[in-house]
Design a protein around this ligand. Sequence first.
Ligand code: PHE
Length: 467
Amino acid sequence: MSDTTQSTQTSAAGRAGNPLWSSRLAFILAATGSAVGLGNIWKFPYITGENGGGAFVLVYLLCIALVGLPILIAEVMLGRRGRQSPIQTMATLARLDGRSPHWALLGWTGVLAGYLILSFYAVIGGWSMAYVAKAASGDFTGASSDTIGAMFGGLLSDPGTLMLWHSLFMLIVIAIVVRGLKSGMEKAINLLMPLLFLLLLVMVGYAMSTDGFGQAVTFLFLPDFSKLTTEAVLTALGHAFFTLSLASGAMMAYGSFLPKGYSLVSTAATIAIVDTVVALLAGLAIFPLVFANGLEPAAGPGLIFQTLPLAFSNMAFGTLFGTLFFTLLLVAAITSAISMLEPAVEWLEEKKGIGRLKGALLAGGSVWLLGITTVLSFNHWSGLYPLAFIPVFEGKTFFDVFDYLTANIMLPLGGLFMVTYAGWCMKPQALAQALELHPAVLFNSLRFVMRFIAPLLVIIVFINQLI
Ligand code: PHE
């Protein structure tokens, strides 16, 4: 028996309570559930608006294809090979490949990144929840863009209400993680992901009927490179990592439940394509409304909450569609949030022998506590810049700091090391065996991308930013 199978069996046996995904489709759904979330529908449109549109979108698409996809393949492969929480997986693999035990650090930074992201993600998830309630009670009906703007401003300025939704969101996430991955997730995602897709199409359909559609298409797809800054390139790269849930433990943890014998490349490509299409659809649903109503594309994190309700205020069955839309956004946020908490809980279970219930409460509870800093970033602490003494964090609130630190620093660096591990630290035969990619020319090309293209691109973007 080879080392790999042996370690796979021992560790797989160690998680008797957590069987593998029931099929490749189940994995694709769960991983897509992780990838598709607020990143696609909330973040992608607003950072595109802030960074001038077309050129940013193009760079983002290149980052997904040349950096994100190879790293996604590498990360899922490492997870499947190690079959444990990201921290233990990296430790086991380093031993197996005869590398330094310090590679376990990569598991640590991943789990930490997922944890930090969840702290602010839960607050934004809370906004979506608040909007389900607003939509359902008919608040959008006939509302003007000023009313809708004021509604959003009112929510942000009220820490008590934000706390309530933030807490509720975290409770739901903890409850699902406690139930374990399969029973909690597979069924929900099966139904809700396709529904979200469908509803986005309805929204795009509505957007096409407004007179901002042409302008939106030009804005999104006609690159104007004069608007592209080096900061924007880093943001695009960081978002490619964020939106594919890379380097934050999530994909490695999910990969650890993936049975052998499925093609990692086509699986990962499917996830990346679905994720990208959802983001572009969100852009096509939102920007026509921005232009048709004379709103500001660079409005920031509130963009979707100030534009989409306008559509619901005017369209037939707006209350119904509005409620459905924000419910689905919420579900998309929950399926992503679960994947951020799972690695930490898994590690507590595996290494510290802490049961799922206690582990989820411990990890989730502390994330919730940290999230309070984000809640306050939008009101009492909106002028508090905790790391202002470091130049890149100047003028950044707690929320901005967590967002920047994870998306623009931790995820790209973590991804860089992951793909470096796959490309440089694993023997070619081990990599070939783990990837199960045929024919040889495909494998060699992918290995080349993993060794040179993806790492170099990340390094170049970083160096550029430093200069
Ligand atoms: N990919 C998720 C989204 O786009 C966010 C996420 C990041 C999920 C990191 C898991 C880990 O919303």
